[in-house]
Design a protein. Structure first.
Length: 135
């Protein structure tokens, strides 16, 4: 199976792209804000994803004045939110499949519920009512 080729950038190229010193990128890595891949010769290789993340870090620090500790909190929260969004989407898809399957099963069994005005759905078999109380 052919491996998909992704663009990778050297530290000097990324530093030039954002007009920052390569040491800035090394600091971001040391702080755990980015995790570039490494070549066999241990050269840092930045992916498009890394470049986008660096762009966000620089926007937060330069334009909004957020320190690196704040950037770490923001990035962690973004990752948690994305993970939660994916989990919710998966849960919704599972629930949708379950409801669709249940509806198909009920359609095969024939009508079991009938609409009853504002109350919604009711069973065809009436529930035994309690005898009226004497006043």
């Amino acid at each position: 199976m052919a491996r998909e080729k992704r663009r990778r950038y050297l530290i000097s190229v990324v530093a030039e792209m954002f007009d920052v010193h390569p040491q800035t990128l090394r600091t971001y890595e040391r702080e755990g804000l980015i995790r570039p891949a490494r070549s066999q010769g241990n050269t840092r290789l930045y992916s498009d994803e890394d470049v986008s993340r660096i762009e966000l870090i620089l926007r937060l620090t330069k334009e909004l004045g957020v320190n690196l500790a704040g950037v770490e909190v923001i990035l962690n929260m973004r990752e948690r939110m994305e993970r939660m969004r994916r989990e919710m989407a998966e849960t919704f898809e599972t629930m949708l499949r379950t409801v669709e399957e249940e509806l198909r099963q009920r359609q095969r069994q024939g009508p079991g519920l009938v609409p009853v005005g504002r109350r919604g759905l009711s069973r065809r078999v009436p529930i035994q009512e309690e005898p009226a109380r004497k006043a």
